[in-house]
Write a protein that binds this ligand. Structure first.
Ligand SMILES: Cc1ncc(COP(=O)(O)O)c(C=O)c1O
Length: 397
């Protein structure tokens, strides 16, 4: 049979296509009954807060198992609007919110609303690996702009400006960034905002890690002057409330755009599970922004893990300013991130991601998830150390 070409699409960056090889190796080991430490996927070892689970159970018991409006129930849209207004510095109302199946579906719905064939979308790289495919599904293509390691992976406004062409329709960014943990500063975001206004561009601001900040402050670009009418803010409960499997996300945008998005959700998802929406209201209304114990644990893990890895000759730990990933600089070993990560999983059964799968600026870095139990991270640090010492021919003392 003949298939659409998009089924073969891999994002254009060959490193992205192979980025998950290490994960696959570890999964196969585990299927064979061998133990492996998985620090690849951006999920967390924390459980969803118990009262949120109870709310879903109650909702199911009450028979909340029927269709709802495709943009989400008013009460949830209102709860998201209130949370956004309180934490993002932009007052919004429920009709500016569309509830989606996780942030990923919000990104796709946003792309469907604002870009089409022939359009270009600028994205600072390293970037979350679904962006190119998401934007391509909407017909447009990504123009990636380097955020170099020596600039702590922060966006370079002059490079972004230079990448703008008459075909540029939007800029997508994530702050805090996945994989780098860069928390974009107010000044950087003001620079991007000026470009958006000058060239009449949309800004899609992915803030799924916006409640996990360790350094600096989270600035939501929609709160900057002149940006509310051209910014789509993406959020979800996946990271902030340890609810990745619930698939509950949203976009906050100008009313005209949410009207279009609501129509499109009718074709894409046809609504969000009703009992998940009920539980989401409880999450938003009872848990502070970011489950505090989880955030505190990530911060402590960042300190402990990085302090250990920094002692390994040839390794430097890039401490994230936000989010849940450490970036480990292994360039001094002379290996590529892929070769290092593959050797590590095969010889030490520790799976991490070669970060150049997220963009060439991360070449020579590994992305390591902090959402894993302390004992796994401690053991991973020990094994990374042995692997690195073996490479350099040094016997651990
Ligand atoms: C930057 C970024 N955006 C969006 C997503 C997707 O989040 P969700 O689980 O809410 O779909 C992720 C997931 O890892 C992410 O890292």
């Amino acid at each position: 049979m003949r298939y659409a070409s998009r089924t073969q699409w891999s994002g254009g960056n060959p490193a992205t296509a192979s980025a998950w090889d290490t994960h696959q190796v570890a999964v196969e080991m585990m299927e064979r009954g061998e133990k492996a430490i998985l620090l690849t996927v951006g999920d967390t070892d924390f459980d969803t807060p118990k009262n949120v689970v109870a709310a879903a159970n109650d909702s199911l018991r009450q028979g909340r198992t029927h269709y709802t409006g495709s943009a989400g129930e008013f009460s949830l849209r209102d709860a998201i609007a209130r949370r956004h207004s309180a934490t993002r510095g932009q007052p919004v109302s429920a009709d500016q919110v569309v509830v989606t199946i996780g942030a990923q579906n919000a990104l796709l719905t946003a792309a469907f609303c604002i870009v089409e064939a022939g359009d270009e979308v600028i994205v600072p790289e390293p970037m979350y690996t679904t962006y190119p495919g998401t934007i391509a599904l909407a017909g447009a293509h990504v123009v990636s702009v380097a955020s170099p390691a020596e600039k702590r992976f922060h966006p370079q406004i002059d490079l972004i400006a230079a990448a703008i062409t008459p075909r540029t329709k939007a800029i997508f960014l994530a702050t805090p960034n996945n994989p780098t943990g860069a928390v974009y500063t107010a000044e950087e975001l003001r620079g991007i905002a000026i470009l958006c206004q000058k060239h009449d561009l949309w800004l899609v601001s992915d803030e799924v890690y916006g409640d996990l900040i360790y350094e600096g402050i989270h600035v939501s670009p929609a709160s900057l002057p002149g940006m509310a009418e051209r910014t789509i803010t993406i959020g979800s409960l996946s990271k902030s409330h340890a609810m990745a499997g619930w698939r509950l996300g949203w976009m906050v945008a100008p009313r005209e755009l949410t009207g279009h998005a609501e129509r499109l959700t009718g074709y894409i998802t046809y609504g969000i599970p009703t009992f998940v929406q009920d539980a989401a209201i409880v999450a938003l209304e009872t848990a502070p922004h970011g489950v505090p114990e989880m955030k505190a644990a990530y911060l402590e893990r960042r300190r402990r893990f990085c302090d250990r890895l920094d002692q390994i000759p040839g390794m430097t730990c890039h401490r994230p300013e936000g989010g849940m990933f450490v970036m480990l600089d292994i360039r001094a070993t002379g290996l590529s991130a892929y070769d290092f990560a593959m050797g590590l999983v095969r010889e030490q059964a520790v799976a991490v991601l070669p970060a150049d799968g997220f963009g060439p600026s991360a070449a020579g870095y590994l992305r390591i998830n902090l959402g894993a139990p302390d004992h796994d991270l401690d053991e991973a640090a020990t094994r990374i150390s042995s692997f690195a010492l073996d490479l350099s021919g040094v016997t651990p003392g």
